[in-house]
Ligand binder design. Sequence first.
Ligand code: ADP
Length: 445
Amino acid sequence: MFSKILIANRGEIALRIIRSCREMGIKTVAVYSTADEDSLHVRFADEAVCIGPPASRDSYLNIPRVIAAAEITGAEAIHPGYGFLAENASFSEICADSGLKFIGPRPEMISSMGNKSLAKDTVKRANVPTVPGSDGVVETLEDAVAVVTDIPFPVIIKASAGGGGKGMRIVRDHEGFEKAFMMAKAEAEKSFGNGDLYIEKYIENPRHIEIQILGDQHGNIVHLGERDCSIQRRHQKLIEESPSPAVDDALRARFGDAAVAAARSINYEGAGTIEFLLDASGHFYFMEMNTRVQVEHPVTEQVTGVDIVREQIRIAAGESIADIVLVPNGHSIECRINAEDPEKDFRPSPGTILSWHQPSGFGVRVESHAYQGYTIPSHYDSMIAKLIVHARTRDEAIARMSSALEEFIIEGVKTTIPFQAKVMRSEAFRSGVFDTHFLETFDFR
Ligand code: ADP
């Protein structure tokens, strides 16, 4: 086992990793930008190294600085968390070349899944159902037009290098298709430095269901059940739960088999998530694979009792996951608490937290790097906490979440708490019958 790990991330996930390391008797090194001097991950790590100014490209995304921090502190492994360098194949490679263990999959696994159209091709060969669409990247406008004569509208144009809900465009008919394609190309080039696009049938009213998997270096691959992430805003997740109210045991088994087959197709190693869309008739389609720990991993931890970060570290150290025993238990929900103003179209609301009281009690978990007096830097994402509950049933979990949201008091900045509370109280959410368009018709004002 490693004796020291560097965490190449910030915020709640950096703290989350520190916690698992401490329990495992592993020393930790935090890295931070000058904007994060007062962040809790800096305080709770055994050592902390400032790696640059606020802009991510000069600090958290600056590979030479991260590697240098690992070298001077004598860390043996690097945990990348999510975002930043977590899905950067060349970072994984540079770690290996520098004699540092990257806690995640090998570079070739990241590359084969990081490019979304390539990923679809790969899993298709393993007989995993994928969303009907173009065969890989569509190079020219003529090719694009040919694709949409084969698959009926509506379609979704996606950037191969896209992520985080960005780089997608829905087109409902021929009229406007050409313009949309050209605009999507320009946008992808600008945002991701890669103009590659592919086209998919737009699945109407799907649920977003994803399967957590773990694979070790000995060929063992297990799945830890599903998460339902259908409550989204502009393709960004806001509330996640496990199990999904739309998935029964038979469907779960089919999802699990497909996810394991997808992971096996690249001999996957580490923690990963296979994302699917589930349509109203019970068909599901592979969408993409994330080769890292997800923001919403805690709901799976709650219902399975498996510490996913601990498993990532054990896998990287060469240990076997054959001993994992799965006894799924109860229901878990996560709300992402963002410093945003739901009344003003979720506009970011950075600033200083004047008061902070976080909920606690039976079945309540908070993952956060914030505290009273903490100033939220404007340079990074706006998530300031994740509130997770666990209960015996979905109804009890909703009641527990409603109560916990009531108790969560944050003053000084606007947050998504009042919005989340309204969702919990709504019949639409309680019924369990909803899809990714939930918010479009939900009146939360
Ligand atoms: P990202 O990597 O940016 O998160 P995803 O490919 O995971 O992008 O898609 C994010 C969300 O976009 C999905 O959860 C779903 O709501 C919507 N979406 C993506 N592809 C389709 C599709 N073919 N049909 C309908 N909705 C889609």
